[in-house]
Design a protein around this ligand. Sequence first.
Ligand SMILES: Cc1cc2nc3c(=O)[nH]c(=O)nc-3n(C[C@H](O)[C@H](O)[C@H](O)COP(=O)(O)OP(=O)(O)OC[C@H]3O[C@@H](n4cnc5c(N)ncnc54)[C@H](O)[C@@H]3O)c2cc1C
Length: 504
Amino acid sequence: MDFPSRSSVIIIGGGISGISAAKILAENSVDDVVILEASDRIGGRMRKEQFGGVAVELGAGWISGVSGPQPNPIWELAADSGIRTCFSDYSNARFNIYDRSGKIFPSEVASDAYQKAVDSAIQTLKVEEKDCDEENDSNNGDNDSVTTSNFRTLKTPIELAIDFMLHDFEMAEVEPISTYVDFGEKEFMIADERGYDYLLYKMAQDFLFTSEGTILDTRLKLNKVVRELQHSRNGVMVRTEDGCVYEANYVILSVSIGVLQSDLLAFDPPLPRWKLEAIEKCDVMVYTKIFLKFPYKFWESGPGKEFFIYAHERRGYYTFWQHMENAYPGSNILVVTLTNEESKRVEAQSDEDTMGEAMEVLRDIFGPNIPNAIDILVPRWWNNRFQRGSYSNFPIIPNLEHFHNIKAPVGRIFFTGEHTSERFNGYVHGGYLSGIDTSKALLEEIRKDKERKSESQTLLLEPLLAMTGSLPLSQQETVSNIHKCDIPTQLYLCGQLGIPEPIL
Ligand SMILES: Cc1cc2nc3c(=O)[nH]c(=O)nc-3n(C[C@H](O)[C@H](O)[C@H](O)COP(=O)(O)OP(=O)(O)OC[C@H]3O[C@@H](n4cnc5c(N)ncnc54)[C@H](O)[C@@H]3O)c2cc1C
């Protein structure tokens, strides 16, 4: 029988949180860490793909909050790696709202609508705050039902505009206000052929890759879909879909909140109720960027025109558009962002149908004579079983117990990932910082464990040595050398010698 390979720590998932966790462990001399990654690459939700002649970011694309006194740490990593970025300001989108006849809302209407949306959002916050106070009331899972039901039936232009601002707020809901408080407001977009995930490869180059750039497969195992985690007496057994078994003293689980909510992973013993509740309470946002390539540019691309909004009665229907001229001049690519139910609907239909719908919208805005798109790229984050959504979305009013429980370890399984970041959930920097925090917590646990072991070793030795004289000579030698053995071996010897095991 093959024994499972054993290491100090297994990290499940090779996104930014898993890689930053591995880096901290490597820097602290925990050398036998193994990363099991389900897909054929590292990066997770940082993912570029070639489309229309350029590298587009299907997942994370922006570095948020780079203008505060203390910059977002990802901004520093980007600067160190020399990755190209460009300034991107979607706040101007509110002045480029088109109705279905292609007319732009007057700027006073847009400003007024924006103010009303802010007021309404504040109202919603108050309702959420009240809900939070009544925490134990049953939750029907429809957090924004007040907002949605109030605005779905409104039809006048100004009300329609408010609705689209609220949609924008919904998208922004994932951006905890604390990000701006800490790091400042400005956002930069990745505009580099190497992609956002290049930062991860740079970060991992010393411990996951050889100097020639090939993967150190003792440390990083790709295409390993973990299906089961089983606590054993002094570690965790991890089983993958291809039938392999790995064992470690500890596991860091960095899969997304969507995966935790799905049935991809089985736990033995099952996760405790408090953990399951925390996982269930966390919303998963689906956010989809659809890329369309055109033979030539027919949209405006001057200052303040990077983003535009389409106002349709159906909220969130091909609402939020961006051209890629700033990032990739001459690429003739438009991006439209969908969220939640619209994302799921579009994921379920053919790309051809999606292209047809998007073209209809663009013809409403720019008239019938614009050219057809020549290519489309529709990422499917919701249907990807290694993601099941785009990012976590906590209620705006945070519940500290919830945050505590979502990241708290269960036995020897430690949890990390953007959803475990109290302040920056939903973000790349949330993932990055959570990986660091989790590794530090694990290092502390390893230190305490060592202390406990040396105490219990003494505990074990004392009764054994006291008995030495009464043992036959052949066994006395075994006992005098027993301190050289690890605890499991000592326990085994106790059994062999008929000495009762001390309670450790
Ligand atoms: C469309 C989109 C746009 C975004 N835009 C931005 C943005 O502009 N700025 C920003 O800061 N953030 C953005 N984000 C969020 C950001 O991408 C994430 O917060 C961050 O990348 C999460 O990192 P993570 O390590 O927590 O998780 P992940 O990147 O999801 O890493 C988890 C890893 O676990 C692996 N895995 C899953 N299940 C298993 C299993 N059973 N066995 C083994 N491995 C498994 C996955 O394949 C994945 O590689 C965006 C995300 C999306 C999807």
